[in-house]
Design a protein around this ligand. Structure first.
Ligand SMILES: [Zn+2]
Length: 377
């Protein structure tokens, strides 16, 4: 099998898992946060910088790379790793989420989804087979099955029909997957906020024996307590010997709460997206560097941080760069935010090792200024 999971230990205090995901391009220490590189680049960061902050894996988006520059071109270049000069693991999504959320005029059929390109309006068709063809050409270590992520809220019947189709699509993905020996295909459990539908989806998909399982359809606008309830229902239904990936989640509190509920992998555009308008995550909580009070603050962005940005530059300088729309400012805030989350996940893994993840969470929330009724980024 191309992708395997090794459980190292379970935190006695929280139940969180410390583990390793083995892939053809190396090992991912889990729980892990995966920076997102939509267009075969984590915006403004070089692969060397990502390695410098110890990113074990990045995520890239099938939909975007299919439309531009095209998966055949990337295949000609020797695959996505070679094309973007990243020799560590890569996970690609199936393109489904973008097609369902970004594209206008989409039409869902049993066969697949018809939609128009957001770039030039071309009529395109994405199916389980096409999603596999594209990801096989990209050569990612972990591929995602083609699924529908229903909006929140949605009618019960709609979610039920959708998840049953997602299971049929997952079976078609398994059949169409041309490189199972060097690419691991993960299935995506859907079912909205309904425990019975989550059970149905998990039972159907685990019977097909994928190398890993994702939980989709969360972090789509529902209150966080509901997301945690769904995780508590769903995670125990997944096999212990396979990695578990919670899609689209990347706020510090959700990474901690997800890890506590047995999740191994997370991804989110949050740290790089907010960095572009000057919002940063620090050991003193959230800091928007555009704020006037930092105009003459010559101290580091985060006094407790050892990243390149915090060691070398002041809040006043970062504020100036971001306000002047300078790319270097975005690079510096992006670097810090990614470093902050990756460092936090190192802390999570250490705390699991020491059986004290609940204590770690409480200390983190106090430090970050999060309270029980105020859990959100
Ligand atoms: Zn920093």
């Amino acid at each position: 099998m191309a992708v395997t999971y090794e459980l190292i230990k379970v935190c006695k205090q929280s139940g969180a898992r410390l583990g390793r995901v083995h892939t053809p391009h190396g090992v991912i220490e889990t729980p892990a946060f995966m920076p997102v590189g939509t267009q075969a680049t984590v915006k403004t960061m070089s692969p060397e910088e990502l390695k410098g902050m110890d990113a074990h894996i990045i995520l890239s988006n099938t939909y975007h790379l299919w439309l531009r520059p095209g998966h055949e071109l990337i295949q000609k270049a020797g695959g996505l790793h070679k094309f973007m000069n990243w020799d560590r693991p890569i996970l690609t999504d199936s393109g489904g989420f973008q097609v369902f959320s970004l594209s206008n005029m989409r039409k869902i059929k049993e066969e697949g989804v018809e939609f128009r390109s957001h770039l030039n309006g071309d009529r395109l068709f994405l199916s389980p087979e096409k999603a596999m063809e594209i990801q096989n050409a990209l050569g990612s270590d972990i591929m995602m099955a083609f699924d529908e992520c229903p909006p929140y809220p949605a009618e019960y019947e709609y979610i039920k029909n959708s998840l049953e189709r997602t299971t049929r699509w997952a079976e078609r993905c398994l059949k169409a997957h041309a490189r199972p020996e060097d690419q691991g295909l993960f299935a995506i459990v859907q079912g909205g906020m309904h425990a019975d539908l989550r059970r149905q989806s998990a039972a159907d998909l685990t019977s097909l024996d994928f190398p890993g399982y994702a939980i989709g359809g969360l972090s789509v606008g529902e209150p966080k307590h509901l997301m945690y309830e769904v995780l508590e229902e769903t995670v125990p239904l997944l096999p212990d010997n396979k990695p578990r990936y919670l899609m689209g989640v990347g706020s510090p509190d959700a990474l901690l709460e997800g890890s506590i509920r047995g999740i191994d992998m997370f991804d989110c555009v949050l740290p790089t997206r907010i960095a572009r308008n000057g919002t940063t995550m620090t050991s003193e909580g959230r800091v928007n560097i555009r704020n006037a009070k930092y105009a003459e603050d010559f101290g580091p962005l985060d006094p407790k941080c050892s990243c390149y940005t915090c060691v070398n530059y002041s809040r006043a300088y970062l504020r100036h760069l971001i306000k002047a729309d300078e790319t270097f400012g975005i690079r510096l805030t992006s670097y810090h935010n990614l470093h902050f989350l990756l460092e936090m996940m190192r802390g999570v893994r250490q705390a699991i090792m020491e059986d004290r993840l609940l204590d770690f969470r409480d200390e983190f929330f106090t430090m970050y200024g999060l309270h029980d009724n105020d859990k959100g980024f």
